[in-house]
Design a protein around this ligand. Structure first.
Ligand code: AMP
Ligand code: MG
Length: 350
């Protein structure tokens, strides 16, 4: 299949440029598009054949449900059978934005899209290209991240090209995404909203709007054996090809430990890399040291995370050692992804 690339500058956005991609969605095809979180791989979410194509293109297990993307809050009522007052408050506060809400589904939403579940995950993204694509397609767009299953999610169009070129109709290239990690997912089907996946919208931000909010115990990452409530969270995700280890503790000790580990592995003839903050970047002796972002601005770390993991792959790094990041606020979501990428390998040096 020929994949066409559509360039789109979010700061000088030309709505008509999206039309060929919308036409592809209307015809049951697939389009990768930028959102404020990561790039999505979209198809008509009400068309079982389109959802099946998404699973096939990604190599994604078919019990891992897709998120429906809408362009207008009212669309939620056509897809969800129960929309609570708390859900309305969250939609008003955070949509458009990086928050996905899980509802009981209406019959119109096919089980092919929800991975067989009777619930549906819905989000209204804020990126102009995403909104325009949904509006012009005239349907909710089912879109998981636009990567081959198991690889880090794409935060720029070149990542999508690497994974899906030749398998999909269009890639809308809107440059680098702002947030870089996937949306916060909150289950709204119970009395108390429950966070199934942490993201840019933090627990504190949610609690400010609706009061009590629970967190799925599996998300806390302490016990790798607890089964998560969001089906997708059980799969190995975000894994680089090299073996990633996180070193956690007091800064100077972390630097010392990482340098020791690198020296040891390099002596054995392995190619090593360090995932570093801008603040500590200069302190490492490894051949390959990649700067992820600055601790002073956590969103630069989330924005750079998947890109850096993919760069280690491109450089064929065999052992990656990473600093640990604060678990507060957005840091909680960053550590959730990093710990998964590391297969829970964490060394503590307090
Ligand atoms: P992705 O877009 O690749 O990040 O994947 C979508 C994520 O949303 C997966 O982790 C799914 O498990 C989660 N998800 C989608 N629909 C539901 C649902 N109905 N209930 C719980 N989690 C869901
Ligand atoms: Mg994904």
């Amino acid at each position: 299949m020929e994949t066409k690339i559509i360039k789109c500058d979010p700061l000088n956005f030309i709505p008509e440029d999206i039309e060929p991609a919308a036409l592809a969605i209307k015809n049951g095809g697939l389009v990768a598009f930028p959102t404020e979180t990561v790039y999505g791989l979209g198809g008509n979410g009400l068309l079982p054949a389109a959802s099946k194509k998404i699973y096939a293109a990604k190599g994604r297990p078919s019990d891992n449900p897709l998120i429906l993307h809408i362009a207008d809050r009212q669309m939620v009522y056509a897809l969800a059978s129960e929309v609570s007052e708390k859900a309305v408050k969250l939609m008003e506060e955070f949509w458009p934005g990086p928050l996905t809400l899980v509802f009981k589904k209406k019959d119109i939403v096919p089980f092919e899209t929800t991975g067989g579940l009777d619930t549906v995950a819905i989000r209204m993204p804020s990126h102009p290209a995403a909104l325009e694509l949904i509006r012009r397609s005239g349907c909710p767009i089912a879109a998981p991240s636009a990567n081959i299953s198991g690889r880090p999610s794409p935060s720029k169009a070149s990542h999508v090209v690497d994974d899906l070129f030749g398998r999909i109709d269009h890639i809308i290239d809107g440059g680098e995404t702002d947030i870089g990690i996937e949306s916060t997912i909150v289950d709204m089907t119970g009395e108390v909203p429950m966070i199934l996946r942490p993201g840019y919208i933090t627990t504190a931000m949610l609690r400010e709007v609706v009061g009590e909010v629970d967190i799925d115990p599996a998300v806390k990452g302490v016990d790798a054996n607890i089964r998560p409530k969001a089906p997708g969270m059980k799969y190995t995700h975000y894994a680089p090809k090299g073996e990633l280890t996180i070193v956690e503790g007091e800064t100077e000790r972390v630097v010392k430990k990482i340098n020791e580990l690198v020296l040891e592995k390099e002596k054995e003839g392995f190619r090593c890399g360090v995932l570093a903050s801008a603040e500590q970047y200069e302190s490492y002796d490894a051949d390959i040291v990649l700067k992820v972002g600055s601790r002073l601005e956590p969103v630069t770390i989330s924005a750079g995370l998947y890109s850096v993991l993919r760069e280690f792959d491109d450089l064929e790094v065999q052992y990656i050692f990473s600093e640990s990041f604060s678990g507060e606020g957005l840091g909680n979501a960053i550590m959730n992804r990093l710990i998964k990428a590391a297969g829970h390998r964490v060394i503590e040096v307090w």
